[in-house]
Design a protein around this ligand. Structure first.
Ligand SMILES: [Fe+2]
Ligand SMILES: [Fe+2]
Length: 141
């Protein structure tokens, strides 16, 4: 079964954000493949570190955008990001303690979470940002 497949159905109609989502899916798929191949903690650790860095960078980007447009659902959206930050930190700790199997749970959870988050939470944010930009462009012209 292939996980972390980005398709147009996941688009939030903000090209930069879509590109970052595709990047996260690529690292997620890499982690999944390493797990399927029986990856040991030493092999999984650098992929997890990459994932954590890319996820955090992406979340901070969205959080900056939401602040700029005074997005009302900022706290709700950020809480969802924080749940994943916490989950990733926990998994990294477990892998550092020699537990490679914990990645199986993370991969399944993250695959479902990312699909749901992109198609609901991020899409709502995308619609708000596009409306904000349209409105402000119309005011400026
Ligand atoms: Fe998000
Ligand atoms: Fe996102």
């Amino acid at each position: 079964m292939s996980l972390f497949r980005w398709s147009k159905d996941h688009s939030v109609y903000l090209p930069e954000i879509d590109a970052e989502h595709r990047g996260l899916c690529r690292i997620g798929a890499e982690l999944h493949q390493a797990m399927v191949a029986g990856g040991k903690p030493a092999q999984l650790r650098p992929i997890l570190a990459n994932l954590m860095e890319a996820v955090d960078e992406h979340f901070r980007h969205e959080e900056r955008l939401m602040k700029v447009v005074h997005y009302a659902a900022y706290d709700w959206h950020k809480r969802q990001h924080d749940t994943i930050r916490k989950r990733l930190r926990l998994t990294i700790k477990q892998v550092d303690a020699g537990d490679a199997d914990c990645c199986t749970g993370l991969v399944k959870y993250l695959n479902t979470w990312l699909g749901d988050h992109m198609t609901v939470t991020d899409r709502m944010m995308g619609a708000f940002i596009r409306n904000y930009l349209r409105f402000n462009t119309a005011l400026a012209s």
